[in-house]
Ligand binder design. Structure first.
Ligand SMILES: Nc1ncnc2c1ncn2[C@@H]1O[C@H](COP(=O)(O)OP(=O)(O)OP(=O)(O)O)[C@@H](O)[C@H]1O
Length: 360
């Protein structure tokens, strides 16, 4: 069902407004402390806002002005958190049947429902086991079955994969990609893969507010915040667009041809995003000219930025050269040729063809 939420909670710095369409899965991303879990708690009824209102379908979850407040069990939401939090003395099946039983479903029907949802969550095989006899991934599948058995109008998932190991997490992600189809759901995650695999739309939260949103591919291709750019693995530079030229402090770029199709006003704020792999690194010679390690190839214009190396770290088979908020990925051989070290001044040359330029 459709969710409309507007909530203010000053003690946590939250002032948020969001909606989820019926059948839509939305991923909520953001740095630590941005307020993602607080939003989940406000929807689930675990926290009360100071102001605002929320509606799920025709059900008013809260309306501070009208003093309406629905307790968690009457909201039509179900929450899957990091930890499965199953009742330790009940079997997997009894854990899943607990919700329907509490809602007044007769014992036999609740058991049938539990079996059905355990099967849906690929957990039918361990219906009789107690939580202590389940692995983390198995317990989380039982917890998912328990959440689904409540037949929620909105499923809330707060970092459901975070506590799982590298083998269990992809299994649960694959299961969720099947289960979430056509369901209204909000998933809090730090993993860009969750946004790509599970979400119809992404919302990015920073400092208690939604700062950007849209289809996952669009948000990741054209990030608007440094947080989203780092998730997408892109450098992000903010600057000014004038004619066919984009300029940022210490940096001038000739716009790629497709950028001229965009609407712009001279002097308007634009963003440039480019992958670290598209950056050539060269040392500054004593004369001030650069000695590139590779031919600059098709790079148009000057597109050269003078930066100071802040750190070097291995990234797969490349070396990530960090320069403040920018990064370049080069081969170990190139890094050795350049004898790079932190504190050194180098030139980053950006391939204009790898550049994505868009209005801020
Ligand atoms: N139990 C609490 N009591 C008081 N303040 C809290 C509590 N939990 C979180 N906060 C504060 O509320 C703000 C939002 O925190 P929240 O946990 O919602 O962020 P988050 O985006 O979910 O972060 P993370 O990614 O680290 O889980 C932060 O400033 C945090 O310090």
């Amino acid at each position: 069902m459709r969710l409309d939420l507007q909530a203010v909670l000053p003690e946590r710095g939250i002032d948020v407004s969001l909606e989820i369409a019926a059948g839509e899965t939305v991923a909520l991303l953001g740095p630590n402390g941005a307020g993602k879990s607080t939003v989940v708690s406000l929807i689930a009824g675990l926290l009360q806002p100071a102001a605002g209102r929320a509606k799920l379908g025709s059900n008013v979850l809260f309306d501070v002005d009208r003093r309406v407040w629905l307790p968690p069990h009457r909201r039509g939401t179900a929450l899957l958190a990091q930890e499965a939090l199953l009742f330790p003395h009940l079997s997997a099946e009894e854990n899943v049947a607990f919700g329907p039983r509490s809602a007044g479903t007769p014992r036999r029907a609740a058991r049938t429902a539990a079996r059905y949802w355990l099967d849906q969550a690929d957990a039918g095989g361990f219906a009789a086991r107690k939580p202590a006899e389940l692995s983390g991934g198995q317990a989380q599948r039982v917890a998912l079955a328990r959440a689904l058995a409540a037949e929620p109008s909105l499923l809330l998932l707060d970092e459901p994969m975070a506590a799982l190991d590298v083998h269990a997490a992809p299994l649960l992600r694959r299961l969720l990609s099947r289960v979430l189809v056509g369901r209204s759901a909000l998933i809090v995650t730090h993993d860009v893969l969750d946004a790509l695999m599970l979400a119809d739309r992404v919302l990015v939260m920073e400092g208690g507010q939604i700062v950007e949103g849209g289809p996952p591919a669009q948000v990741l291709r054209r990030p608007r915040s440094r947080f989203t750019a780092s998730l997408a693995g892109l450098n992000l530079v903010e600057g000014i667009r004038r004619g066919d030229c984009f300029s940022a402090p210490g940096f001038e770029i000739e716009c790629p041809p497709e950028a001229s199709r965009d609407q712009f006003r001279d002097g308007s704020q634009w963003l440039a995003a480019f992958p670290p792999s598209s950056v050539l690194v060269s040392v500054v010679n004593p004369s001030g000219s650069a000695g590139p390690t590779r031919p600059t190839g098709q790079a148009g214009g000057r597109n050269v930025l003078k930066v100071t190396v802040t750190d070097l770290e291995p990234r797969g088979d490349r070396i990530r050269v960090g320069a403040g908020e920018l990064a370049a990925d080069i081969s170990p051989a190139e890094a050795a040729d350049l004898a790079l070290r932190p504190g050194q001044e180098v030139l980053f040359t950006v391939d204009a063809l790898a550049l994505s330029l868009y209005p801020a």
